[in-house]
Design a binder for this molecule. Sequence first.
Ligand code: DAH
Length: 346
Amino acid sequence: MESNRIQNLKNQAISSILEAQSDEELEELRIAYLGRKGRITQLLKEIPSLSPSERKEIGQLANDAKNAIEQALADSKRAQVAKEIDIDKEWLDVTAPGKRPSVGHLHLVTEAIQEITTIFEKIGFTRVAYPEVEWDWYAFEGLNMPENHPARDEWETLYIDHLENKKYGHAVLTPHTSSGQLREMKRLGKPPIRMLNIAKCYRRQSDVSHAPMFYQFEGLVIDKGINITHLKGTLDYFAKQYFGPNRKTRIRPFHFQFTEPSIEVDVSCDICQGKGCRLCKQGWLELGGAGMVHPIVLKNGGIDPEKYTGFAFGWGVERVLMMKAGLKIDDLRLLYTNDLRFLKQF
Ligand code: DAH
């Protein structure tokens, strides 16, 4: 038996193993060379019949060939397995530090609503919710603004087509939370009333301090002997609780159809510290309106204005949120772009 023949056999086996594409092919090759009737096995069986000098040399070569083929088969099998499970991609390092799941948080506006609610609940206000699609009567007429009254222009109202009520007029998207005043008076029938109405409002407007959809919070207090000092005290309480002791507020006389007297409340701007900037223009930000409920409005709500008096205020949630210390937001519309880069900062 020639030693060359053994070498050739080994080389042939190894090159076939390297070319094999599957486990089945590898198994066939194993049987062909190392199986019971395999070529290397046959070779090994012939060894005892060789002359002693040949036996040593050939025995050695045949054993080397067998080991080399076994090794090649094992290596190819491993490569095959790696290919199937794509070991590079599925590699799992159990010692690697874990990834924290990202935890979201409530939207800034929702947080502000919760905070405002808590502040007023502490002094006995009850939170209510009324329709977003409202009748003209509740939004305007009942609030002492008859049809075609010029004051209505301020509200840039969005009307709903083809939806009208004989008694209450056109359907509108609630332009302010003041409509809740009449609904609350009618719901309770008689004072005492301490209402907090926080709701979405809609107006045809969009600039750095206005969005077409926004929130207002409306307070209404009606009882015997309510006067403007109760209103001032409530405004001061809210400003201290919500903005902190460093912000200043001021009151200006104003006019609303549904309050008499009417006032507007301003708070000093936190972005420019009162110097004047893109948002506030002159150092003061308008919080919103307030006043003593007009006797006509009380009457429209079914309450006797001879017996009872009340105050009301209605402010923008986004506005108070932007005026709060530390929030340097110079465009209100950013709150509603839903950009996570913005929202994650808070
Ligand atoms: N509803 C008014 C607005 O949207 C704000 C307002 C003014 C509410 C005076 C009131 C009030 O309750 O008394 O501009």
